[in-house]
Ligand binder design. Structure first.
Ligand code: C2E
Ligand code: CA
Ligand code: CA
Length: 581
């Protein structure tokens, strides 16, 4: 890096300021050859490299050719004097911070003031006091160097040495000016390392840091010198690629990046496999400012991740609309929680032999003031993503438990209540305490509550989920595996976790009794549940034939439209509940 402003230092440099390792360059501008000779000697003795010129004009020209670390400028020279030359040099962007020491024999206040006015850092009077001169130059170089270091720190990422967000922003602003001038376009790439968090968590932060350094070196390796790569933080990198004739030209660069990330990386003497997801925003069509371009490349990156990682996506306008709608929905869910717009519906769980209602499943609905009744598939996924599901689930469980208790108190015959729980509870923690609080507050017997969980909730959180569920089970709360058969390592999970019930997924019931495969699977699953001493509930039973098949094969409980859709508490009470006689 030279004496340049932060915005113009060399692209893609890594690590510390190279300035420290090389000899400082001092430019001497004086029309008196004998003074130049002594000055050169003194400066070289101090360990500097010297360039000599004889007037102001030459000083400006020499500076443009090679930016010095310090300029010693005589005030009075032919052609162009030192004041003018200083003024001209300060106009060069790269020389904003270059210290200039003005040498003047005119020891009057006016010239000193003028020297500072035009941009000199300090002045020294002629004839020189050599020891003062040595001191002053070395102090100025030291100060300039310290300033440079501070600036380097302020504009670079400490870990990788890559430009940071502030410098990247500056680069984008420059790229925008250039593109405007040249009527060209450029691409902003947003790169996120796939599975970085897993490696960081499992192998430790030092390994994570090492990985990020390797990634940054590889990125520099596949990019041109004129491209800028920056680290925004975490595992997020941004890249600007200029001089593109068409948007498609960026694709080959992106493919190179993905390819270089795809080859294994050795960290801690272990080979790890990563990959990247890249979002691309083009100037000017996808945004005309740094903020918009960055936001849109980020949106496109998320889309790439959704599409299955190790891939890239161009930003498209519809994406931002979708993102806006999601934001909108998120804030609506938040306020719906506050204003209690959610309601709980109940679906009966029926004894297949007697046809009697034995329990019910609580299923949430959203009574939207404008859109009417909204089913959970429209809002649960987003609630899960944003973590709002924790609050929502707790509200549903409380409401349903309260209702259940009232029905019991009123003398209705009802055995148990099932509630659904999101996988998020295992990631956030606190589930056990939520359960305890609810049971304490409402004073409901834990044995009458069954929580329903899907396999996916368990797969991602295997160890913790097992611990938590075991404790919850010890409290007396029953546990059901929901959507059984749709997931992963179902069979072993049935033995590993403290389940009481499995709920056979609707997709297997649909094909009954004619679909041979479904019939075989359902039979086998019923047998498995029997062998493991688990209750079996068939979900989504819609026809009499399906019920008969299930009954014939030993399934005990069913749920589905054959008996009823989920209904409001009032309807449930009037249609399904009977008092003890
Ligand atoms: P799920 O737990 O598998 O619930 C069963 C879903 O199947 C319900 O959809 C129910 O209305 C529907 N269903 C029941 N019988 C039949 C049938 O015979 N035919 C058909 N076609 N469908 C039937 P719903 O109420 O829309 O809920 C969808 C999913 O949303 C639930 O699937 C559950 O995963 C989730 N969910 C609902 N309420 C909550 C809640 O309070 N908390 C959490 N975390 N998730 C919930
Ligand atoms: Ca369920
Ligand atoms: Ca289910």
């Amino acid at each position: 890096m030279t004496n340049s402003s932060a915005a113009s230092d060399n692209n893609n440099e890594i690590g510390n300021n190279p300035k420290l390792e090389r000899t400082p360059v001092v430019l001497i501008a004086d029309d008196d050859p004998s003074i130049r000779l002594v000055l050169r000697h003194t400066m070289e003795q101090s360990g500097y490299h010297v360039i000599e010129v004889a007037n102001g004009l030459e000083a400006v020209q020499a500076t443009i050719k090679q930016i010095p670390d310090l300029i010693l400028m005589d005030a009075v020279m032919p052609e162009m004097d030192g004041f003018r030359a200083t003024e001209e040099i300060k106009k060069i962007t790269e020389c904003h911070d270059t210290p200039i020491l003005m040498a003047t024999s005119l020891d009057d206040d006016r010239s000193i003031a003028r020297a500072f006015d035009v941009g000199a850092c300090d002045y020294i009077t002629k004839p020189f006091n050599w020891s003062v001169l040595k001191h002053r130059t070395s102090r100025m170089l030291f100060a300039a160097d310290a300033e440079r270091k501070i600036r380097h720190l302020a504009y670079h990422d400490v870990l990788t040495g890559l430009p940071n967000r502030a410098l990247f922003m500056d680069r984008i602003d420059q790229a925008i000016s250039r593109a405007k001038r040249e009527n060209s376009q450029f691409a902003l790439l947003f790169l996120d390392i796939d599975h970085f968090k897993v490696i960081n968590d499992s192998m430790g932060h030092a390994a994570g840091d090492e990985l990020l350094n390797i990634v940054s070196t590889r990125l520099i390796g596949v990019l041109r010198k004129t491209d800028t790569v920056a680290r925004l933080g975490g595992d997020e990198f941004t890249i600007v690629i200029e001089g593109l004739n068409e948007a498609e030209a960026v694709v080959s660069v992106v493919k190179n990046i993905l390819a270089t990330l795809d080859s294994p990386i050795s960290v801690n003497e272990k080979e790890v496999h990563i990959g990247g997801s890249i979002g691309i925003a083009m100037y000017p069509q996808d945004g005309e400012s740094f903020g918009t371009l960055l936001k849109n490349s980020d949106i496109a990156m998320y889309r790439a991740k959704e599409l299955g990682r190790k891939t890239f996506q161009f930003y498209a306008h519809e994406m931002s609309q979708k993102a806006m709608q999601r934001l909108d929905l998120e804030s609506q869910i938040r306020s719906a929680l506050k204003s209690e717009e959610f309601i709980v519906y109940y679906q009966p769980k029926v004894d297949l032999v007697s046809g009697e209602c034995r329990g019910m499943e609580a299923l949430v609905r959203w009574q939207h003031p404008e859109k009417g009744l909204i089913t959970p598939d429209k809002f649960i996924p987003l609630a899960e993503e944003t973590g709002l599901i924790i609050q929502l689930d707790e509200w549903v469980i409380r409401t349903a438990c309260q209702q259940f208790k009232e029905w019991r108190a009123a003398g209705y015959q009802i055995n148990n209540l099932s509630v659904n729980l999101s996988a998020r509870h295992f990631k956030e923690g606190g589930l056990l305490n939520h359960c305890k609080d609810i049971i304490d507050d409402i004073k409901i017997s834990p044995e009458s509550i069954e929580i329903e969980l899907t396999e996916s909730a368990l797969v991602d959180n295997y160890v913790r989920a097992k611990e938590i569920l075991t404790e919850i089970h010890q409290m007396g709360i029953r546990i059901a595996l929901d959507d059984f058969g749709t997931g992963y390592a179902s069979m072993s999970y049935l033995k590993e976790f403290p389940f009481d019930t499995v709920k056979l997924d609707r997709s297997f019931i649909q094909g009954l009794p004619d679909n041979i495969e479904d019939a075989a699977i359902v039979k086998a699953m019923i047998q498995l549940a029997e062998a493991l001493n688990l209750n079996m509930v068939a979900e989504g039973v819609e026809t009499e034939q399906q019920k008969v098949f299930l009954l014939d094969n030993g399934c005990v409980y069913g749920q589905g439209y054959l008996w009823s859709k989920p209904v409001s508490a009032d309807e449930f009470e009037s249609v399904f509940l009977e008092k003890n006689t």
